[in-house]
Design a protein around this ligand. Structure first.
Ligand SMILES: Cc1cc2nc3c(=O)[nH]c(=O)nc-3n(C[C@H](O)[C@H](O)[C@H](O)COP(=O)(O)OP(=O)(O)OC[C@H]3O[C@@H](n4cnc5c(N)ncnc54)[C@H](O)[C@@H]3O)c2cc1C
Ligand code: FES
Length: 497
């Protein structure tokens, strides 16, 4: 059982720092029957990019979002807009060959350029800042890896150099520097894209969770209150909620802790930073309505397979206080994305013969701002019959390492409800029933089924975000069982105690 005192000790608001400054426009939810050429499920960076490309080409588009525009994985990311993805090009050249590495660089550079172009073309105010990206090490023995990566990056046409140290307030043993990268507020950007989609005739619906995708005249997509028929369906739900080629075993969900601290003076942080040593850290400046922030990210862990997420926040805060000039904790949250065995996302039409017009995108390895924009362009291009040079790279049906995905088991099993203290959660197994229960501050117990509605794995309690996280494919449910993140499409079932 996790240390129950830790949750109470965590400071700051439990939410992403980006929402505070983003002026959301509320869209209505889908009702009745509608028709469009393309229905896109999910208004994160992938769905919005695809939608805007298609609307710019004059196509009729309906965009269905389960919650709010841009507020899920995109709106909880560190939102670095960069072709520097840790150390990747040297690996890609060795594992997949120079052509694949070139494709990856080209796609991501096109993704970065598209974001910069749209912020100007659609006048999107999203705190966009041009900054250098640094991947740093504190271990002198790893400098060679930085040099190899700089050489590989230059081989695929990217501007890269190794510098003696990263401009950070603690000692580093070298850093890989990519000039002229960027960072922004991802929710403001998403809101801007949605407005542009709407201005070009696209129809956007929020609070419209898709519960089924069936074959109709072509594709029929249903929410609880509405139906859309379309020639093409784009499943841009971060993890696919349905796919003709299953994605669950080709990916591994990974989560991170994120803390945004108050910062007196952001000017010394001339760049954004990623540590390549274990435990990895990511650092960037940000701002909310009260002023500058320093956003710090902790190392990844498998979603639902960590018994004490709050403990990870405590460690991250201690590290930040020891190494960075941070003030109070303003915001803190978890975010997840999906890894792939070869570090390249899956995007496109998985089975064009049997399921023509069914498109997916997933597995961004936590680099989906640039990759997600690139694959939005790719999918839109496929629908518009404009072939894209990166289709082979992102092929969602390519062979994969079958040992990569590892299911977990619940890390929150307790013998009885009595073991669950105020603010905590646990899973009680009683005969065939598995009950996920949490106790509120007044001591009242709330219970739902612990059986994930995706494929039946048992959920774990996230004692920091107070969510039920599935240890198999990363579905996340609120404490009351309502669905936050798929692949599940339904909430946890209610249980009477
Ligand atoms: C901690 C962390 C930091 C990151 N930082 C960076 C970074 O600095 N730079 C970078 O390039 N990448 C970063 N990433 C990765 C990047 O944020 C993601 O890969 C990218 O945002 C994914 O976009 P998406 O559109 O697939 O997902 P989302 O933004 O989650 O969009 C999917 C949308 O689909 C909706 N949805 C889900 N199910 C349904 C349904 N059934 N019906 C209707 N709608 C549905 C969701 O509500 C959601 O809004 C980071 C990831 C993590 C975890
Ligand atoms: S997410 Fe697949 S079983 Fe829970």
């Amino acid at each position: 059982m996790a240390d129950m005192t830790k949750t109470a000790l965590l400071g700051g608001k439990n939410a992403s720092c980006w929402a505070a400054t983003a002026k959301q426009r509320c869209y209505s939810s889908l009702a009745g029957s509608s028709r469009a050429e393309i229905v896109i499920i999910g208004a994160g960076i992938v769905g919005l990019t695809t939608a805007l490309r298609l609307c710019e080409a004059g196509r009729s588009v309906i965009l269905l979002e389960a919650l709010r525009v841009g507020c899920q994985v995109t709106g909880r990311s560190t939102a670095k807009i960069t072709t520097q993805h840790g150390l990747i090009y040297d690996n890609l050249i060795r594992d997949m060959g120079p052509a694949a590495a070139q494709s990856y660089a080209d796609a991501n550079r096109a993704g970065v350029d598209q974001i910069l172009d749209w912020t100007i073309a659609h006048r999107i105010e999203c705190d966009l800042e041009i900054k250098p990206a640094y991947a740093y090490t504190t271990d002198v023995a790893r400098r060679g890896e930085l040099t190899a990566e700089a050489n590989a990056a230059r081989q695929v046409g990217l501007d890269a150099e190794v510098v003696e140290r990263a401009p950070l307030p603690f000692e580093t043993a070298g850093a890989l520097r990519f000039p002229d990268q960027a960072q922004f507020n991802p929710i403001q950007y998403s809101v801007g894209l949605a407005r542009a989609v709407e201005a070009l005739g696209g129809r956007v619906f929020e609070m419209s969770r898709v519960v089924s995708i069936d074959e109709g005249s072509r594709w029929r997509v249903s929410t609880d209150n509405g139906i859309v028929d379309a020639e093409n369906v784009v499943v841009a739900t971060n993890m696919t909620i349905k796919s003709p080629v299953g994605m669950a075993n080709r990916t591994q969900p990974r989560s991170h802790t994120a803390i945004a601290f108050r910062l007196d003076d952001p000017t010394p942080f001339d760049g954004f930073f990623l540590g390549i040593d274990e435990p990895t850290r990511s650092i960037r400046t940000a701002r909310d309505d009260k002023g500058p922030l320093l956003l710090v990210l902790g190392p990844k862990f498998n979603t639902g397979q960590e018994a004490d997420v709050a403990g990870r926040f405590v460690e991250l805060e201690a590290w930040a206080r020891a190494n960075l000039p941070v003030g109070d904790v303003a915001w803190r949250w978890c975010n997840e994305d999906y890894d792939t065995p070869d570090r390249v996302p899956y995007a496109g039409e998985p089975d064009p013969d049997k399921s023509p017009g069914f498109h997916i995108a997933t597995g961004f390895n936590a680099w989906g701002i640039s990759n997600g924009t690139a694959v939005g362009k790719l999918i839109a291009g496929r629908i518009l019959r404009q072939p894209c040079p990166w289709e082979e790279l992102y092929d969602p049906a390519r062979p994969y390492d079958k040992t990569f995905h590892v299911n977990g088991s619940s890390r929150s099993i307790v013998a009885s409800f009595d073991e669950i203290g105020p603010g905590e959660g646990g899973v009680v197994v009683s005969g065939k029933q598995k009950i996920a229960a949490w106790r509120d501050g007044s001591g009242k117990l709330h219970a739902v089924s612990a059986v994930c509605t995706h494929k039946g794995c048992t959920v774990s309690w996230n004692n920091a975000d107070r969510t039920w996280d599935c240890s198999c494919h990363g579905s996340i449910f609120a404490a009351d069982g309502s669905l936050i993140h798929g692949p599940a499409r339904k909430p946890l079932h209610p249980v009477d105690l």
